[in-house]
Design a protein around this ligand. Structure first.
Ligand code: GRF
Length: 188
């Protein structure tokens, strides 16, 4: 199976997945790493793994539709079977969703449907809940709304600072995303 990873920034989830592929824990090949930010740190991580990296930005196109068409062309060019979002901070457009039905996956740092959006960790922390977690889900046209594939909980202790919670969530993400991708790939 040929995987593309889409990421906008740091790329720690990309790295966890790339490492698992390298160790043959996921029976797939990462054929493409795409970032919508030309200076994203994830691209440096991609080079380290000798994965093909491509990047262009929305602002380089007259509109979002043209940007998405270019992205779809890129995915076609690399003959991508499965699209994995790892900190990709954009809503996926209609054309892309139609081209990859149940073939686009995302990770979110909260227990959806609770705390969707950009600040899942902070929002859960500030709400004072005693547990939160990580969700992996299929992508649809909403923000963090598609069918859920897997969830895992993390408890928030009384003396946890936000930074403690962030660390716990990211550790869980780096374990859960490769594990679930391995299963998805095996089920194809
Ligand atoms: C992760 O917390 C992920 O759940 C969210 O964005 C963050 C990306 O982190 N969608 P990184 O770029 O993988 O380090």
């Amino acid at each position: 199976m040929r995987i593309a990873i889409l990421a906008s920034g740091n790329g720690s989830n990309f790295e966890a997945i790339a490492q698992a592929v390298k160790e043959k824990k996921i029976a797939a090949e990462i054929v493409l790493l795409f970032s919508d930010h030309r200076d994203a740190y994830v691209l440096k991580r991609g080079e380290k793994f000798a994965i093909s990296c491509e990047s262009f930005e929305l602002k380089e196109f007259p509109n979002k539709k043209k940007y998405e068409t270019a992205l779809l062309e890129l995915l076609n060019q690399y003959r991508v079977d499965l699209v994995v979002l790892a900190g990709y901070m954009r809503i996926i457009g209609k054309e892309l969703l139609a081209a990859y039905p149940k073939r686009i996956i995302n990770i979110h740092p909260a227990l959806l449907p609770d705390f969707p959006g950009l600040h899942g960790i902070k929002d859960a922390y500030e709400a004072g809940v005693s547990e939160t977690g990580v969700t992996i889900h299929y992508v649809d046209s909403g923000v963090d709304t598609g069918p859920i594939i897997a969830q895992k909980k993390v408890s928030i202790e009384k003396n946890d600072h936000l930074a403690d919670l962030e660390t716990k969530i990211h550790q869980l993400e780096h374990q859960l995303y490769p594990e679930i991708l391995a299963k998805i790939v095996n089920e194809q």
